[in-house]
Design a protein around this ligand. Structure first.
Ligand code: UDH
Ligand code: MN
Length: 367
Protein backbone atom coordinates (compact mmCIF):
# COMPACT_ATOMS: atom_id res chain seq x y z
CA UNK A 1 0.00 0.00 0.00
CA UNK A 2 2.77 2.42 1.00
CA UNK A 3 4.67 1.54 -2.19
CA UNK A 4 1.70 2.50 -4.32
CA UNK A 5 1.39 5.66 -2.30
CA UNK A 6 5.08 6.52 -2.91
CA UNK A 7 4.86 5.93 -6.65
CA UNK A 8 1.62 7.81 -6.85
CA UNK A 9 3.00 10.79 -4.96
CA UNK A 10 6.31 10.96 -6.86
CA UNK A 11 5.16 13.57 -9.25
CA UNK A 12 5.22 16.97 -7.60
CA UNK A 13 1.72 18.02 -8.45
CA UNK A 14 0.41 14.80 -7.06
CA UNK A 15 2.45 15.30 -3.92
CA UNK A 16 0.85 18.67 -3.33
CA UNK A 17 -2.54 17.17 -3.98
CA UNK A 18 -1.89 14.27 -1.65
CA UNK A 19 -0.67 16.48 1.16
CA UNK A 20 -3.65 18.79 0.84
CA UNK A 21 -5.98 15.83 0.75
CA UNK A 22 -4.34 14.39 3.81
CA UNK A 23 -4.77 17.62 5.79
CA UNK A 24 -8.35 18.13 4.64
CA UNK A 25 -9.29 14.61 5.69
CA UNK A 26 -7.31 14.87 8.92
CA UNK A 27 -9.16 18.09 9.75
CA UNK A 28 -12.62 17.14 8.56
CA UNK A 29 -12.77 13.74 10.16
CA UNK A 30 -12.57 14.91 13.79
CA UNK A 31 -14.90 17.81 13.01
CA UNK A 32 -17.40 15.37 11.57
CA UNK A 33 -17.03 13.05 14.55
CA UNK A 34 -17.48 15.96 16.90
CA UNK A 35 -20.57 17.10 15.04
CA UNK A 36 -22.03 13.61 15.23
CA UNK A 37 -21.28 13.40 18.94
CA UNK A 38 -22.74 16.84 19.69
CA UNK A 39 -25.93 16.01 17.80
CA UNK A 40 -26.20 12.66 19.51
CA UNK A 41 -25.83 14.33 22.89
CA UNK A 42 -28.32 17.01 21.97
CA UNK A 43 -30.93 14.43 21.04
CA UNK A 44 -30.14 12.43 24.16
CA UNK A 45 -30.33 15.46 26.44
CA UNK A 46 -33.66 16.48 24.97
CA UNK A 47 -34.97 13.06 25.73
CA UNK A 48 -33.73 13.25 29.28
CA UNK A 49 -35.15 16.68 29.93
CA UNK A 50 -38.46 15.40 28.65
CA UNK A 51 -38.82 12.25 30.69
CA UNK A 52 -42.03 11.26 28.99
CA UNK A 53 -40.22 10.52 25.78
CA UNK A 54 -39.32 6.92 25.34
CA UNK A 55 -36.41 6.47 23.04
CA UNK A 56 -36.75 3.45 20.88
CA UNK A 57 -33.82 1.95 19.20
CA UNK A 58 -35.46 1.30 15.92
CA UNK A 59 -32.78 -0.55 14.10
CA UNK A 60 -29.04 -0.30 13.94
CA UNK A 61 -27.93 2.63 11.87
CA UNK A 62 -24.50 3.71 10.83
CA UNK A 63 -22.95 6.83 12.26
CA UNK A 64 -24.12 9.97 10.59
CA UNK A 65 -27.27 8.34 9.28
CA UNK A 66 -29.42 10.22 11.74
CA UNK A 67 -27.87 13.52 10.77
CA UNK A 68 -29.76 13.25 7.54
CA UNK A 69 -33.04 13.15 9.42
CA UNK A 70 -35.58 10.38 9.57
CA UNK A 71 -36.56 10.43 5.92
CA UNK A 72 -34.26 7.61 4.96
CA UNK A 73 -36.34 4.71 6.04
CA UNK A 74 -35.78 1.08 5.42
CA UNK A 75 -39.22 0.17 4.23
CA UNK A 76 -40.43 -3.08 2.79
CA UNK A 77 -43.28 -1.99 0.54
CA UNK A 78 -46.02 -4.55 0.48
CA UNK A 79 -46.26 -6.38 3.80
CA UNK A 80 -48.00 -9.53 4.80
CA UNK A 81 -50.98 -9.25 7.09
CA UNK A 82 -50.63 -12.18 9.45
CA UNK A 83 -53.25 -11.83 12.15
CA UNK A 84 -51.94 -14.54 14.42
CA UNK A 85 -48.39 -13.36 14.22
CA UNK A 86 -49.49 -9.76 14.79
CA UNK A 87 -51.35 -10.68 17.96
CA UNK A 88 -48.33 -12.60 19.24
CA UNK A 89 -46.20 -9.60 18.47
CA UNK A 90 -48.42 -7.45 20.66
CA UNK A 91 -47.29 -9.46 23.67
CA UNK A 92 -43.68 -9.30 22.60
CA UNK A 93 -43.77 -5.54 22.13
CA UNK A 94 -45.65 -5.03 25.40
CA UNK A 95 -42.90 -6.97 27.09
CA UNK A 96 -45.50 -9.15 28.67
CA UNK A 97 -46.59 -12.70 28.15
CA UNK A 98 -49.93 -13.71 26.83
CA UNK A 99 -51.99 -15.61 29.35
CA UNK A 100 -52.29 -18.37 26.79
CA UNK A 101 -55.94 -19.39 26.86
CA UNK A 102 -57.43 -16.07 27.83
CA UNK A 103 -55.64 -14.06 25.22
CA UNK A 104 -56.44 -16.35 22.40
CA UNK A 105 -58.89 -14.88 19.98
CA UNK A 106 -61.69 -13.38 21.99
CA UNK A 107 -59.90 -12.82 25.27
CA UNK A 108 -60.32 -9.32 26.57
CA UNK A 109 -57.00 -9.06 28.35
CA UNK A 110 -54.62 -6.35 27.14
CA UNK A 111 -51.83 -7.11 29.55
CA UNK A 112 -51.01 -5.36 32.80
CA UNK A 113 -51.21 -1.61 33.03
CA UNK A 114 -48.11 0.29 34.01
CA UNK A 115 -47.55 3.17 36.40
CA UNK A 116 -48.71 6.40 34.93
CA UNK A 117 -46.45 9.30 35.71
CA UNK A 118 -47.18 11.35 32.67
CA UNK A 119 -50.03 12.17 30.38
CA UNK A 120 -48.74 9.87 27.67
CA UNK A 121 -45.59 8.27 26.39
CA UNK A 122 -44.13 9.38 23.16
CA UNK A 123 -42.04 6.95 21.17
CA UNK A 124 -39.33 8.07 18.86
CA UNK A 125 -36.41 6.61 16.98
CA UNK A 126 -33.14 6.86 18.81
CA UNK A 127 -30.87 8.16 16.12
CA UNK A 128 -32.76 10.57 13.98
CA UNK A 129 -35.10 13.45 14.46
CA UNK A 130 -38.56 13.01 12.93
CA UNK A 131 -40.19 16.06 11.42
CA UNK A 132 -43.62 15.41 12.86
CA UNK A 133 -45.04 14.14 16.13
CA UNK A 134 -48.09 12.01 15.52
CA UNK A 135 -51.03 11.19 17.80
CA UNK A 136 -52.85 8.07 16.73
CA UNK A 137 -56.41 7.95 18.06
CA UNK A 138 -58.30 4.66 18.06
CA UNK A 139 -62.04 4.57 18.95
CA UNK A 140 -62.70 1.46 20.96
CA UNK A 141 -65.14 -0.71 22.82
CA UNK A 142 -64.91 -4.46 23.36
CA UNK A 143 -62.49 -5.10 20.50
CA UNK A 144 -59.47 -6.27 22.50
CA UNK A 145 -58.54 -8.91 19.96
CA UNK A 146 -58.62 -6.31 17.19
CA UNK A 147 -56.59 -3.87 19.25
CA UNK A 148 -53.86 -6.38 20.04
CA UNK A 149 -53.68 -7.42 16.40
CA UNK A 150 -53.64 -3.84 15.12
CA UNK A 151 -50.86 -2.75 17.45
CA UNK A 152 -48.78 -5.87 16.87
CA UNK A 153 -49.01 -5.15 13.16
CA UNK A 154 -48.84 -1.36 13.08
CA UNK A 155 -46.10 -0.59 15.58
CA UNK A 156 -43.32 -2.29 13.59
CA UNK A 157 -44.49 -0.26 10.59
CA UNK A 158 -44.36 2.99 12.57
CA UNK A 159 -40.88 2.09 13.76
CA UNK A 160 -39.67 1.43 10.26
CA UNK A 161 -41.19 4.72 9.17
CA UNK A 162 -39.11 6.37 11.91
CA UNK A 163 -41.86 8.60 13.20
CA UNK A 164 -42.37 10.07 16.65
CA UNK A 165 -45.76 8.93 17.89
CA UNK A 166 -48.08 8.24 20.74
CA UNK A 167 -51.12 5.98 20.66
CA UNK A 168 -54.40 6.91 22.36
CA UNK A 169 -57.14 4.32 22.62
CA UNK A 170 -60.41 5.98 23.50
CA UNK A 171 -62.99 3.71 25.05
CA UNK A 172 -66.67 4.34 25.59
CA UNK A 173 -67.75 3.16 29.03
CA UNK A 174 -71.25 2.00 29.97
CA UNK A 175 -73.78 0.29 27.75
CA UNK A 176 -75.13 3.21 25.77
CA UNK A 177 -75.11 3.16 21.95
CA UNK A 178 -71.68 3.83 20.48
CA UNK A 179 -70.82 7.44 19.68
CA UNK A 180 -67.63 7.56 17.66
CA UNK A 181 -67.67 11.33 17.15
CA UNK A 182 -67.72 12.12 20.84
CA UNK A 183 -64.91 9.67 21.47
CA UNK A 184 -62.76 11.16 18.72
CA UNK A 185 -63.31 14.72 19.95
CA UNK A 186 -62.59 13.82 23.57
CA UNK A 187 -59.39 11.98 22.64
CA UNK A 188 -58.31 14.85 20.40
CA UNK A 189 -58.69 17.37 23.24
CA UNK A 190 -56.88 15.10 25.65
CA UNK A 191 -54.01 14.34 23.28
CA UNK A 192 -53.58 17.96 22.17
CA UNK A 193 -53.39 19.06 25.79
CA UNK A 194 -51.08 16.20 26.75
CA UNK A 195 -48.74 16.96 23.87
CA UNK A 196 -48.51 20.58 24.89
CA UNK A 197 -47.91 19.93 28.58
CA UNK A 198 -45.16 17.51 27.68
CA UNK A 199 -43.50 20.07 25.44
CA UNK A 200 -44.10 17.90 22.38
CA UNK A 201 -47.23 19.22 20.67
CA UNK A 202 -48.64 16.84 18.11
CA UNK A 203 -48.33 17.99 14.51
CA UNK A 204 -50.66 15.41 13.14
CA UNK A 205 -53.65 13.46 14.44
CA UNK A 206 -54.46 10.15 12.83
CA UNK A 207 -57.91 8.74 13.52
CA UNK A 208 -57.69 5.02 13.00
CA UNK A 209 -60.36 2.31 13.21
CA UNK A 210 -59.25 -0.57 15.39
CA UNK A 211 -59.79 -3.21 12.72
CA UNK A 212 -57.83 -1.79 9.78
CA UNK A 213 -54.36 -3.11 9.04
CA UNK A 214 -52.16 -1.37 6.51
CA UNK A 215 -50.84 -3.61 3.75
CA UNK A 216 -47.97 -1.46 2.54
CA UNK A 217 -45.47 0.22 4.83
CA UNK A 218 -44.59 2.81 2.21
CA UNK A 219 -47.86 4.50 3.09
CA UNK A 220 -46.51 7.02 5.58
CA UNK A 221 -48.45 7.68 8.76
CA UNK A 222 -48.20 11.46 8.71
CA UNK A 223 -49.92 14.66 7.56
CA UNK A 224 -48.82 15.79 4.13
CA UNK A 225 -49.72 19.48 4.05
CA UNK A 226 -51.53 22.53 5.43
CA UNK A 227 -54.13 22.75 2.70
CA UNK A 228 -54.92 19.08 2.48
CA UNK A 229 -55.78 16.16 4.70
CA UNK A 230 -54.83 12.56 4.09
CA UNK A 231 -57.33 9.77 3.80
CA UNK A 232 -55.10 6.74 4.12
CA UNK A 233 -57.45 3.74 4.03
CA UNK A 234 -58.80 4.15 0.54
CA UNK A 235 -58.89 0.54 -0.56
CA UNK A 236 -60.14 -2.10 1.84
CA UNK A 237 -60.24 -5.86 1.22
CA UNK A 238 -63.85 -5.92 2.39
CA UNK A 239 -64.79 -3.78 -0.63
CA UNK A 240 -62.51 -5.70 -3.01
CA UNK A 241 -60.02 -2.85 -2.81
CA UNK A 242 -62.34 -0.55 -4.74
CA UNK A 243 -62.24 3.09 -3.68
CA UNK A 244 -64.43 3.12 -0.57
CA UNK A 245 -67.79 4.50 -1.53
CA UNK A 246 -66.80 6.36 -4.69
CA UNK A 247 -64.10 8.32 -2.92
CA UNK A 248 -66.77 10.06 -0.86
CA UNK A 249 -65.99 8.93 2.62
CA UNK A 250 -63.02 9.67 4.83
CA UNK A 251 -63.72 6.76 7.19
CA UNK A 252 -61.16 4.26 8.40
CA UNK A 253 -57.84 6.03 8.73
CA UNK A 254 -57.71 9.82 8.41
CA UNK A 255 -54.81 12.19 9.12
CA UNK A 256 -55.24 15.89 9.90
CA UNK A 257 -53.26 18.62 11.56
CA UNK A 258 -54.51 20.10 14.82
CA UNK A 259 -55.49 23.41 13.23
CA UNK A 260 -57.36 21.62 10.46
CA UNK A 261 -59.33 19.54 12.95
CA UNK A 262 -60.18 22.67 14.90
CA UNK A 263 -61.25 24.54 11.78
CA UNK A 264 -63.76 21.85 10.85
CA UNK A 265 -65.01 21.84 14.46
CA UNK A 266 -63.96 18.21 14.88
CA UNK A 267 -66.36 15.30 14.52
CA UNK A 268 -70.11 15.73 14.98
CA UNK A 269 -71.30 14.73 18.46
CA UNK A 270 -74.86 14.06 17.42
CA UNK A 271 -74.43 10.78 15.49
CA UNK A 272 -75.32 7.78 17.64
CA UNK A 273 -74.77 4.25 16.39
CA UNK A 274 -73.32 3.25 13.07
CA UNK A 275 -73.38 5.42 10.00
CA UNK A 276 -72.56 8.69 8.31
CA UNK A 277 -70.38 10.47 10.86
CA UNK A 278 -67.44 10.08 8.49
CA UNK A 279 -69.42 11.49 5.60
CA UNK A 280 -70.30 14.43 7.81
CA UNK A 281 -66.56 15.05 8.26
CA UNK A 282 -66.14 14.90 4.52
CA UNK A 283 -68.59 17.77 4.13
CA UNK A 284 -66.84 19.80 6.82
CA UNK A 285 -63.59 19.39 4.94
CA UNK A 286 -65.27 20.48 1.74
CA UNK A 287 -66.75 23.61 3.37
CA UNK A 288 -63.34 24.59 4.70
CA UNK A 289 -61.73 24.01 1.32
CA UNK A 290 -59.41 21.18 2.31
CA UNK A 291 -58.43 18.79 -0.39
CA UNK A 292 -58.61 15.13 0.56
CA UNK A 293 -55.48 13.37 -0.64
CA UNK A 294 -55.86 9.68 -1.39
CA UNK A 295 -52.93 7.40 -2.09
CA UNK A 296 -52.94 5.40 -5.27
CA UNK A 297 -52.95 1.63 -5.30
CA UNK A 298 -51.12 -0.39 -4.00
CA UNK A 299 -50.72 2.22 -1.26
CA UNK A 300 -53.89 2.79 0.70
CA UNK A 301 -54.66 -0.92 0.74
CA UNK A 302 -55.91 -2.16 4.09
CA UNK A 303 -57.17 -5.43 5.53
CA UNK A 304 -60.21 -5.14 7.75
CA UNK A 305 -60.31 -7.85 10.38
CA UNK A 306 -63.56 -9.70 9.79
CA UNK A 307 -66.25 -8.77 12.26
CA UNK A 308 -69.97 -8.56 12.75
CA UNK A 309 -71.82 -5.41 13.64
CA UNK A 310 -71.36 -4.64 17.33
CA UNK A 311 -74.52 -4.99 19.37
CA UNK A 312 -74.23 -1.53 20.82
CA UNK A 313 -73.44 0.08 17.49
CA UNK A 314 -76.59 -0.51 15.44
CA UNK A 315 -77.26 1.21 12.17
CA UNK A 316 -79.04 4.43 13.05
CA UNK A 317 -81.62 5.47 10.48
CA UNK A 318 -81.52 9.06 11.64
CA UNK A 319 -77.90 9.46 10.63
CA UNK A 320 -78.34 9.42 6.86
CA UNK A 321 -81.03 12.14 6.68
CA UNK A 322 -78.95 14.26 9.09
CA UNK A 323 -76.38 14.45 6.32
CA UNK A 324 -78.59 16.82 4.35
CA UNK A 325 -78.28 19.41 7.10
CA UNK A 326 -74.57 19.38 7.75
CA UNK A 327 -74.24 22.79 6.11
CA UNK A 328 -76.56 24.12 8.80
CA UNK A 329 -75.41 22.12 11.83
CA UNK A 330 -71.65 21.68 11.55
CA UNK A 331 -70.56 24.88 13.22
CA UNK A 332 -72.59 24.15 16.37
CA UNK A 333 -72.02 20.40 16.52
CA UNK A 334 -68.48 19.31 17.30
CA UNK A 335 -65.55 20.39 19.45
CA UNK A 336 -67.43 23.54 20.33
CA UNK A 337 -70.31 21.87 22.19
CA UNK A 338 -68.60 18.70 23.36
CA UNK A 339 -69.83 17.55 26.76
CA UNK A 340 -68.20 14.29 27.72
CA UNK A 341 -66.48 13.13 30.84
CA UNK A 342 -63.14 11.40 31.07
CA UNK A 343 -63.71 8.85 33.82
CA UNK A 344 -60.29 7.21 33.80
CA UNK A 345 -56.90 6.98 32.18
CA UNK A 346 -55.06 3.68 31.97
CA UNK A 347 -51.49 3.44 30.83
CA UNK A 348 -50.35 0.33 28.99
CA UNK A 349 -46.85 -0.22 27.69
CA UNK A 350 -47.84 0.58 24.11
CA UNK A 351 -50.69 3.06 24.48
CA UNK A 352 -52.72 5.30 26.74
CA UNK A 353 -56.36 4.34 27.25
CA UNK A 354 -58.84 7.13 27.83
CA UNK A 355 -62.14 5.99 29.34
CA UNK A 356 -65.03 8.23 28.43
CA UNK A 357 -68.60 8.68 29.51
CA UNK A 358 -70.17 10.09 26.34
CA UNK A 359 -73.66 10.66 27.74
CA UNK A 360 -76.86 9.36 26.17
CA UNK A 361 -78.94 10.16 23.07
CA UNK A 362 -82.25 11.94 23.37
CA UNK A 363 -83.76 9.81 20.63
CA UNK A 364 -82.54 7.21 18.12
CA UNK A 365 -84.10 5.11 15.44
CA UNK A 366 -82.33 1.86 15.00
CA UNK A 367 -82.85 -1.81 14.37
N1 UDH B 1 -65.86 0.46 17.44
C1 UDH B 1 -65.52 -0.30 18.58
N2 UDH B 1 -66.48 -0.94 19.28
C2 UDH B 1 -67.78 -0.89 18.92
C3 UDH B 1 -68.14 -0.14 17.80
C4 UDH B 1 -67.17 0.49 17.06
O1 UDH B 1 -64.34 -0.38 18.93
O2 UDH B 1 -68.60 -1.50 19.61
C5 UDH B 1 -64.86 1.27 16.72
C6 UDH B 1 -63.75 0.45 16.11
O3 UDH B 1 -62.57 1.20 16.10
C7 UDH B 1 -64.27 0.24 14.71
C8 UDH B 1 -64.88 1.58 14.41
O4 UDH B 1 -65.45 1.98 15.64
O5 UDH B 1 -63.26 -0.11 13.81
C9 UDH B 1 -65.92 1.55 13.32
O6 UDH B 1 -66.95 0.61 13.61
P1 UDH B 1 -67.21 -0.69 12.73
O7 UDH B 1 -65.93 -1.41 12.54
O8 UDH B 1 -68.30 -1.48 13.35
O9 UDH B 1 -67.70 -0.11 11.34
P2 UDH B 1 -67.67 -0.89 9.95
O10 UDH B 1 -68.19 0.08 8.97
O11 UDH B 1 -68.67 -2.13 10.17
O12 UDH B 1 -66.37 -1.53 9.69
C10 UDH B 1 -69.98 -2.02 10.03
C11 UDH B 1 -70.69 -3.33 10.39
C12 UDH B 1 -70.34 -4.43 9.47
C13 UDH B 1 -71.31 -5.56 9.60
C14 UDH B 1 -70.90 -6.69 8.72
C15 UDH B 1 -71.82 -7.84 8.83
N3 UDH B 1 -71.38 -8.91 8.01
MN1 MN C 1 -64.91 -2.33 10.88
Amino acid sequence: MSLIWKIFCKVKIWRTFCTTLFFVVALLYPINRLHIEVTRQKIASQAVSNKRTIIESVHPVDNGYYLKGCEQQKLKGSIEVDLENAEQNYWVLSNSTSPVEEASYNGTFLGPTIRRDFAADIYQPSLCRPQQTIAIIIPFRRREYHLRTLLGHLIPVLRRQQIRYSIFVVEQTGEEIFNKGRLMNTAFNFAAEAGRTMGTPFDCFIFQDVDLLVENDTLLYRCSGDKQVDHLSTRINKFDYEYVCCGMTVGGVLALQESQFRKINGYPNSYWGWGAEDDDINKRLEYKGYKVVRPESPLGRFTMIKHERDKQNPKNYLNIPKMAFVWYSWEDDGLINLKTKIVGIEKYPLFTKILVDVGAPVFTLHT
